[in-house]
Design a protein around this ligand. Sequence first.
Ligand code: HEM
Length: 452
Amino acid sequence: MATPPSLPAIPRWATLRNSLRFAYNPIVALDQYVAEYGPTFEFYLGGMVKGILTTDPGLAQHVLQKEHRKWRKSPIQTERMGYFLGNGLLTSDGDYWLRQRRLIQPGFHRKRLAGLTGIMNQEIEDFLEQRFQPALAGGQPVDMSPLMMELAFRVVAKSLFTTSLQEEDLAFLRDTVTVVQAFITRTFRQPYLIPWFRFSGLYREHKALSEKFDAIILQHIQARRSSNERHDDLLQMLLEARYEDTGKGMDDRQLTEESAILFVAGHETTANALSWMWHLLGQHPEVVARLRQEHEAVLGGREPGFEDLPQLEYTLQVIDEAMRLYPPAWITDRLCVEDDQYGDLPLPKGSRVVAYIYGIHRRPSLWDDPEAFRPERFSRERKKEYHPFAFMPFGGGPRLCIGNNFALMEMQLVLVKILQRYKLESAPGFEPELQPLITLRPRNGVMVRVSS
Ligand code: HEM
């Protein structure tokens, strides 16, 4: 690929020299590059793969939305992730992806999700009773991160398979997602170690874990098929979805792959958003006070229902602002499959554009005082002032997160239900650290003091 004359380029030796630091925390390395080289520059991912990194929302919109036909998900996302996670919506591409997206999309429409409010509320309630309350015993600060991970996992599991998954299966599925994702991340960050990963048997080991994961999901799908029972859950939606052209539904392999992807895509992102939100709320009692006022005014102490959610506007602003500062999906990339151009920047076939979502969300020219936590930025009037891709926690264009409404609904319910029962404040002296894996995790957890 020819280097466009106007684009600053970070020499390969510099990215190689930085590769260990990059592997530990790419955000620190990328922020330094952005400060030094400007909003868009060429660099080598992991010292090997050439790419154009950008914090320009216009370029992100160009690639993800306006000219999306000339761009594909990169092989890192399709082949590498697909090898371990299967060929579901997140990892498939081209015509197959489009067919699957058209099939599944209606099931994630906001109105269709209304039926899940009850399931989510019940799961959150059980979690607070059985897991959260016991974790508070002793009065010490608690780490919200593993708790939110477990809660979000249970909510997705229950929304998919209302018929109960056994604790043992649940634990295996949850742990496997974490272990396999951590391994895939190592293959992105340190691609030069891939031959070693293969030779040492690590590839095979992780593949075997994914296969067992799929086998458990398949068992549940087959059990549902043979039971002839109807449930108001995502699996039912997947089972009943019919292709427009053939009138047929998905086969067992497709159902397994799509369900597995929903597990993977649907819990860690939400869990991280919630964990970071508790960190921010712990530091901002004035925001918590305003949230309580809104919850009291709209609900007066009762459980939130689906119809209440649009009225909990400030709650939604808090969630948006937490995801601006800590976007769970902090980066994404696309590969050019047909020569393209953005302004005077030529983007020949083979170019790779990396949208640095974390950097876009904190770019000083896009956001006033970008490091400050100010939910009112997302009030109805002010929201219109921003570039449509200045805030893109769910991506954009045709591959926009299919679970965005699901996630927002879940986060609103969790936020309301926890604040209705508990007081919280930040743990003295605690500062979380970023751990950008596939999603943006808190490395040392999120310690918060919680009391009834
Ligand atoms: C706060 C929570 C969430 C965040 C921040 C998030 C973020 C994202 C982003 C940025 C993408 C696009 C990636 C790209 O274009 O490269 C995406 C795709 C996707 N998300 Fe989410 N997500 C969240 C929750 C969920 C949930 C709850 C589900 C399912 C229950 C889900 C399922 C998916 C799927 C299946 C895709 C692939 C869609 C496609 O390519 O057609 N996500 N998500």
